[in-house]
Design a protein around this ligand. Structure first.
Ligand SMILES: [Zn+2]
Length: 206
């Protein structure tokens, strides 16, 4: 039996990610945990038009339950749910964040300076994983290793993964990352990021 409110939450997340321009075309994918299942977006379909009939359900072992083919990134999604508190996973190819992910000098420990208080609290030092083939087990494993202790990770030459204890939280993180990346390019090296002390003073304030 499918949980109607979880499906509504899932569809709302799909549509918001598209409407807020975090994905284009059939790019990106999202998932929501529903009991002992994962609701995940289908492969090759624009998130902006995903409807109830498109929802693909996975068991926690990755088995497809019922109809449909999941996003090719299903392993990456599943690996994030290894963390018990994760209820939603958002993977987007938002333009500015992908721009940062393509920089020659990408710092894999902290991929962007921290410009705003909101970004500092929700994201902070955003780590990056090296480029790996989308959909591969290697990528899923590398993401899981970082997601074990972070709510977000940048994928070199690819995109963003954000997780949350709710769909809203995962979405907010993905949006904060895109906004900070946009500022990063707007500032073009002229920015003054928040320093370590300013960031530390924000901990727990939001
Ligand atoms: Zn992708």
């Amino acid at each position: 039996m499918r949980n109607t409110s979880d499906i509504e939450t899932f569809l709302d997340l799909c549509h918001r990610v598209y409407e807020k321009d975090l994905v284009r075309g059939a790019g990106g994918n999202v998932s929501v945990r529903s009991g002992d299942r994962i609701l995940i977006s289908p492969t090759g379909r624009c998130l902006g038009v995903v409807d109830e009939d498109d929802v693909v359900q996975l068991g926690l072992d990755g088995t497809v339950i019922g109809a449909g083919r999941p996003s090719k990134e299903w392993r990456m999604h599943l690996s994030c749910y290894g963390r018990e508190d994760v209820r939603a996973v958002v993977h987007v190819h938002s333009a500015y964040a992908v721009g940062v992910a393509c920089l020659r000098q990408l710092d894999h420990d902290c991929s962007m300076p921290v410009y705003s208080p909101g970004y500092s609290v929700r994201v902070g030092k955003l780590p990056a994983v090296a480029y790996m083939r989308p959909g591969s087990s290697e990528l899923a494993q590398a993401v899981a290793t970082l997601i074990a202790r972070r709510n977000s990770v940048l994928l070199a030459n690819h995109g963003v993964v954000a997780v949350g204890a709710s769909a809203d939280q995962a979405f907010d993180i993905a949006e904060e990352i895109e906004e900070n990346a946009r500022l990063h390019f707007l500032l073009d090296g002229r920015g003054r990021p928040l320093d370590e002390q300013q960031q530390a003073a924000l901990a727990g304030r939001y």
